[in-house]
Ligand binder design. Structure first.
Ligand code: CMC
Length: 390
C-alpha cells in the first residue's frame, strides 16, 4: 500500500496537535489545560470549566462574571426553532431532535460562517453553550407531552436547566441545591475528552470550514450511538434486563461467550478505572438521598462491577468501568427518562466540542480531513445491460 498505514478506528493515529485535554489511560489520569479532573469537579463550576477549555486559562472574577452573564443572556432560542421542534412526532428520540435542532441553528445565525472573525467565534461558542440546555429540555418536554418552559435566567446554568425540565407551575421552579450541584459536576465530568468519536466528528466536519453549529451537529450524531454517548442508555437497559443480583453470573457468562458487551465497561484509552466514573460514583448516594429514592438498579450495578473487576476475562483485557457506567443511575434518580440520558452527555460535552473546533480554526497546520482507503472491490468491470443480468 505504498506509504499508507491501515488503521481502522484510528486507534494509532494522532489527527491533530492539541493543548486542551491530557489523558494517561494506563494511570487513569485526566487533566484539562493541565488541571486534574478531580480538582475541577471538587472546586470549579461547569461554566468556569467551559471558559478554561475554550480560552486556555481559568478566568479571573471579572472574566467569569462576564462569561456567566453572556451565557445566561443567550439561553433563549428563536420562536421558529421552538416551532420546528414542535413538528416532531410525540415519540421522537430526544437525541434525534437535538441533532436536528443544533444543525438548524446554523440557519438562524448565518453570520457564524465567518469563522476567521474572533468575535463571531466567541459569540457562536456562547450561543452553543447557552442554547444546548434549552434545546435538550424542549426535546425532553416533547417526549413527555408537556408544554415547553422558557429559560429562567435568574437561576444558575444547571438550575435553569432543571427548571426547563421539571417546572409544572408558576411562578417558578426552585431546584434542590444538591441536585443542582451533582448535575453541575456531571456536566464538568463530560466537558471534554480529547479525540473521542464525537470530537473527531466535529473536527472532520469542521475541517471543510462550515459554520460551527453544523460541525457540532456532526458531533451530536457521533455521540448518539451506543458505543459512545448512547452507552449510558444501554447501561440502564442492561441493568433493567438483568433485573436481579441472582442473574448476574448468567449475564456475565453471556458476555464472556461473546453474545453481548458489558456496557459501561472498557475504553479505547483508559486501561484503568476511568477517573470520571470514580467521581460520579461518589455522588450517587447523595442524589438518591436528595430525591428520596431507592434504586434497585444500584444494587445490581454494585454487584456487577464487583464481579467483573474480580473476573479474569475483564482484568486481562483491562476493562474497567467508564463514565457511562454510573451516570445513568444518577439520571434515573433525577427522574430523567432513559431516552434523554444522552442529551445530558451532549450538554456537558458542548464546551469541549467548541474548544476543539476553535483550536482547529487557529491551527496553522489545519488541512481538510480526507483519509485514504485500501480498495478491495472489483476493477475495470463492464456495464451489463439489464436484459443480460442474472
Ligand atoms: N464488554 C465485553 N468485552 C469487551 C468490552 C465490553 N464492554 N469492551 C471491550 N471488550 C473486549 C472485546 O471483545 C475485545 O476482546 P478480544 O480481544 O477477545 O476480541 C477486547 O475487549 C478489546 O475490545 P475492542 O472493541 O477492540 O476495544 P475498543 O477500544 O475498540 O472499544 C469501546 C472501546 C468503549 C467501544 C468498548 O470497550 C465497548 O464497546 N464498551 C462498551 C460500550 C461503552 O461503555 N461505551 C462508552 C465508552 S466511554 C464514554 C464514551 O466514549 O462515550
Amino acid at each position: 500500500f505504498g506509504l499508507m498505514t491501515y488503521d481502522p478506528g484510528f486507534s494509532n493515529t494522532a489527527s491533530c496537535r492539541s493543548a486542551i485535554t491530557y489523558i494517561d489511560g494506563e494511570k487513569g489520569i485526566l487533566e484539562h489545560r493541565g488541571i486534574p479532573i478531580e480538582q475541577l469537579a471538587e472546586s470549579s463550576s461547569f461554566l468556569e470549566v467551559s471558559y478554561l477549555l475554550l480560552y486556555g486559562h481559568l478566568p479571573n472574577q471579572q472574566q467569569l462574571d462576564e462569561w456567566v452573564h453572556e451565557i445566561t443572556h443567550h439561553t433563549y432560542v428563536h420562536e421558529n426553532i421552538k416551532r420546528f421542534m414542535e413538528g416532531f412526532r410525540h415519540d421522537a428520540n430526544p437525541m434525534g431532535m437535538l441533532l436536528a435542532s443544533v444543525g438548524a441553528l446554523s440557519t438562524f445565525y448565518p453570520e457564524a460562517v465567518d469563522i476567521r472573525d474572533e468575535e463571531q467565534r466567541h459569540i457562536s461558542a456562547v450561543r452553543m453553550i447557552a442554547k444546548m440546555p434549552t434545546l435538550a429540555a424542549f426535546a425532553y418536554r416533547n417526549a413527555m407531552g408537556l408544554p415547553y418552559v422558557y429559560p429562567d435566567n435568574d437561576l444558575s446554568y444547571t438550575g435553569n436547566f432543571l427548571s426547563m425540565l421539571f417546572k409544572m407551575a408558576e411562578p417558578r421552579y426552585v431546584p434542590d441545591p444538591r441536585i443542582e450541584k451533582a448535575l453541575d459536576v456531571l456536566f464538568i465530568l463530560h466537558a471534554d475528552h480529547e479525540q473521542n468519536c464525537s470530537a473527531a466528528a466535529v473536527r472532520v466536519a469542521g475541517s471543510s470550514l462550515p459554520d460551527p453549529f453544523s460541525a457540532i451537529a456532526a458531533g451530536v450524531a457521533g455521540l448518539y450511538g451506543p458505543l459512545h454517548g448512547g452507552a449510558n442508555v444501554a447501561v440502564l437497559k442492561m441493568l433493567q434486563r438483568i433485573g436481579s443480583v441472582d442473574n448476574i453470573p448468567g449475564f456475565l457468562q453471556g458476555v464472556k461467550d461473546g453474545n453481548e458487551r458489558l456496557m459501561g465497561f472498557g475504553h479505547r484509552v483508559y486501561k484503568n478505572y476511568d477517573p470520571r466514573a470514580r467521581i460520579i460514583r461518589s455522588h450517587v448516594d447523595e442524589v438518591l438521598e436528595a430525591t428520596n429514592k431507592q434504586s434497585v438498579l444500584l444494587d445490581i450495578a454494585i454487584e456487577l462491577e464487583k464481579r467483573a473487576l474480580d473476573d479474569e476475562y475483564f482484568t486481562s483485557r483491562k476493562l474497567y468501568p467508564n463514565v457511562d457506567y454510573w451516570s445513568g443511575i444518577i439520571y434515573e434518580a433525577m427522574n430523567i427518562p432513559t431516552d434523554a440520558f444522552t442529551v445530558m452527555f451532549a450538554i456537558g460535552r458542548t464546551p469541549g466540542w467548541m474548544a476543539q473546533w476553535m483550536e482547529m480554526m487557529d491551527d496553522p497546520e489545519l488541512k481538510i480531513a480526507r483519509p485514504r482507503q485500501i480498495y478491495t472491490g472489483a476493477r475495470e468491470a463492464d456495464y451489463v445491460p439489464m436484459n443480460q443480468r442474472n
